[in-house]
Design a protein around this ligand. Structure first.
Ligand code: ATR
Length: 271
């Protein structure tokens, strides 16, 4: 019997990663002979780690905190969407090294589309302008959203991110000057909830029927952002578990050429 193709997720820490379970379920569903493990690399050992894994014949890797920027710099080549994100979350083996990809934005767009249908013409407000936010701007614009307002505690970072997108439909600003109008989708891409904190939210943003409040974070319970959005009147709230599964599916497709079904896997993880 042939040896399974080998894959891994690289991070530090990594013990709680859901990626091995997600990819095992994808592999079972699509009958792929592969093995996927979680590897904790030393903080100063990312580059030597991926070189060693290349020599050992690994076919692909997912990359998570804190290595997404280092991965971008270490790849032999990067795709356009990774270039625009400035970060890499997926490595694909080539004969001589690693090709860098970023599937986070595609994952977010797929999950938002599951929740509200086509994003075309939608008004979006994104809170945060760090690594998580910058990876998803271009895919959101490609999904033909009508407006994208990026608001950040440090206003200049939101202004810079909007300028890098270089399209008239994107505005960057500080939280205090976000236009007090209804949005169809409000995304929390800040790391505030890690500290049990919230960006300042205004009820007017959530006022439209069908408004979706989406947190890129996820947890066992609804996040603090989801709870606050519900109190402020958002009709629908979701956490980032669906995005996690969708970005994994996109990576799986890049490696194996087969698109797994995501819904059954999302339901297993939500249990
Ligand atoms: P990540 O990769 O998770 O995006 P990051 O690049 O460090 O991490 O970015 C963190 C984001 O969360 C930033 O937008 C940050 O705002 P600043 O740019 O002003 O630092 C935002 N953030 C972190 N803590 C926050 C808080 N308590 N309130 C509001 N925004 C916060």
């Amino acid at each position: 019997m042939s040896q399974p193709d080998r894959y891994a997720v690289l991070g530090n820490p990594i013990a709680h990663s859901k990626s091995p379970l997600i990819h095992r379920l994808f592999a079972e569903q699509t009958q792929q002979v592969m093995r996927y493990e979680a590897l904790c690399l030393p903080l100063d050992g990312f580059v030597s780690g991926i070189q060693a894994l290349h020599q050992q014949g690994y076919r692909g890797m997912n990359v998570t905190v804190p290595f997404k920027f280092e991965a971008f710099a270490a790849c032999e080549s990067v795709s356009e969407r990774a270039q625009l994100a400035g970060a890499v979350n997926t490595l694909i083996r080539t004969d001589s090294g690693w090709q860098g990809e970023n599937t986070d934005g595609a994952g977010l767009v797929a999950d938002l589309t599951r929740l509200v249908g086509s994003l075309a013409g939608k008004r979006l407000l994104m809170l945060g302008a760090g690594g998580a936010a910058s990876g998803v701007v271009k895919p959101l614009l490609d999904a033909k959203v009508d407006q994208l307002t990026i608001a950040n505690r440090t206003a200049q970072k939101a202004i810079d991110l909007a300028q890098r997108a270089a399209q008239g439909r994107v505005n960057g600003c500080g939280f205090d000057v976000v236009p007090n109008q209804p949005y169809d989708i409000i995304i929390n891409a800040t790391a505030a909830s890690l500290a049990g904190d919230l960006p300042p939210l205004k009820a007017g943003w959530f006022a439209d029927a069908g408004c979706l409040a989406y947190d890129m974070m996820y947890g066992k319970e609804p996040t603090v952002f989801m709870q606050a959005a519900q109190e402020l009147g958002a009709e629908q709230q979701a956490d980032g578990l669906g995005m996690l599964v969708e970005q994994a599916a996109e990576a799986f497709y890049l490696w194996r050429g087969i698109r797994p079904q995501t819904e059954p896997v999302r339901l297993v993880l939500a249990e």
